[in-house]
Write a protein that binds this ligand. Structure first.
Ligand code: NAD
Ligand code: GLY
Length: 363
């Protein structure tokens, strides 16, 4: 097992990364302020992993209330959130009862938001089971649900007490979900870690083939990158954390525009990253050769590099509802180079229109 520490004054926490960690009740129990927990998961994961975690905790003397939610992005909403509150109240969960999120980013984001707001805040632990959640969403304390008008528009910053990433769970992950996680891994290389991008170019086949050593190395390096960004700018105030949203302005528009769940989050981020790279190219910031490197790596990760043609006007409308909008202006994450990103609202309309035109499917 390897541990990456998120350094936050008074609220730092460990990310445990390793195989067969789900039955390690000791990793969980040491963080519990009370021997009670609500274990939140979804209908796809419950048959696979709920008993393993619940039985281990019960054997360690922890009283466990399981809460099983419907699986999928389309359920990351108010209705599902309120069913979590119903279950917490029905089980008389208290201020020291810990919420444990066992699942992907949907379960993690939703459970985290429930933890941030139930009784004005209860302890929370992340047990991520998707590649995307292990490299990104379980770390950093962004919690949210979707609104029909925009992705993750309702939420809170709320840090977990610990993240327990059992890499063995990736063996049962569907193929598309693996690719979705690879998109967020590639993102770290693009925004701040050129050496990691090169490592990914050499190791992408091993990652796609689920080579355990390659996956463990990529998860660790991604968590180190994420922990460093979160420690520097926990609440996206200085702008550094905003860079983690490369490709997301376009990606969130794709997810909302097509309906939640049609494209996976990482798929939308992949196509969105290509659009952001082309905007950067058309502004004279990066070369066509660098854009080609990005496209090739994403393709090798079996990710989409062509976005759906929603039309320029609809893209602009959807991107106008984004947490980065400031003073009414859409702000974009662009690339100065592979490994160097920046935030700007100063994007010439012709560069944006040309990048979108070059990146959408032609019917
Ligand atoms: P997800 O949570 O929908 O999980 C994907 C699917 O795979 C689900 O159906 C789930 O039941 C299933 N699954 C999960 N683990 C499995 C396993 N080990 N074996 C078999 N099936 C498994 O999707 P995701 O990609 O993990 O998360 C996407 C969400 O994360 C989006 O809502 C996105 O907005 C959010 N996100 C949040 C942050 C953040 O910082 N909070 C960062 C990135 C993404
Ligand atoms: N995934 C974006 C962030 O955590 O800030």
């Amino acid at each position: 097992m390897h541990t990456v520490q998120v350094e936050l004054a008074g609220r730092g926490y460990p990310i445990y990364i390793g195989d067969r960690l789900l039955p390690r009740a000791d990793l969980v129990a040491q963080h519990l302020p009370q021997k009670r927990a609500a274990l939140v998961t979804d209908t796809a994961l419950a048959p696979l992993y709920l008993d393993t975690v619940a039985n281990a905790l019960t054997a360690a003397g922890v009283n466990v209330a399981p809460i099983v939610l419907p699986a999928g992005e389309q359920h990351k909403d108010w209705h599902t959130l309120s069913t979590v509150f119903d279950a917490l109240l029905a089980n008389r969960c208290e201020r020291k009862t810990t919420l444990i999120a066992l699942g992907g980013g949907v379960i993690g984001d939703l459970t985290g938001f429930a933890a941030a707001t139930y009784l004005r805040g209860v302890p929370f632990i992340q047990m991520p089971t998707t590649l995307l959640a292990q490299v990104d969403s379980s770390v950093g304390g962004k919690t949210a649900i979707n609104h029909p008008r925009g992705k993750n528009m309702i939420g809170a910053f709320y840090q977990p007490l610990a993240v327990i990433a059992d890499t063995t769970t990736l063996n049962t992950l569907p193929e598309r979900e693996l690719g979705s996680g690879l998109a967020e891994i590639i993102k770290y290389g693009l925004i701040r870690d050129a050496a990691f991008f090169e490592w990914l170019e050499s190791n992408i086949n091993a990652l796609v083939a689920r080579d355990a050593a390659a996956l463990a190395a990529a998860i660790q390096r991604s968590c180190e990158n994420k922990a460093a960004v979160v420690a520097a700018d926990e609440r996206e105030e200085s702008g550094e954390r905003t860079l983690l949203n490369l490709g997301h302005t376009f990606g969130h528009a794709i997810e909302t525009g097509l309906g939640y769940g049609a494209w996976l989050h990482g798929e939308a981020v992949a196509a969105g990253s290509v659009i952001a790279a082309r905007v950067s190219q058309y502004m004279g910031l990066i070369s066509a050769a660098d854009v080609a490197r990005i496209v090739v790596l994403l393709e090798r990760a079996r990710l989409p590099v062509v976005a759906p043609d929603l039309g320029l006007a609809r893209y602009l409308q959807l991107m106008g509802i984004d947490k980065k909008v400031e003073g009414g202006a859409i702000r974009f994450i662009l690339l100065r180079a592979i490994g160097s990103a920046f935030l700007t609202a100063d994007v010439p309309p012709h560069a944006l229109a040309a990048a979108l035109a070059a990146s959408v499917e032609r019917g």
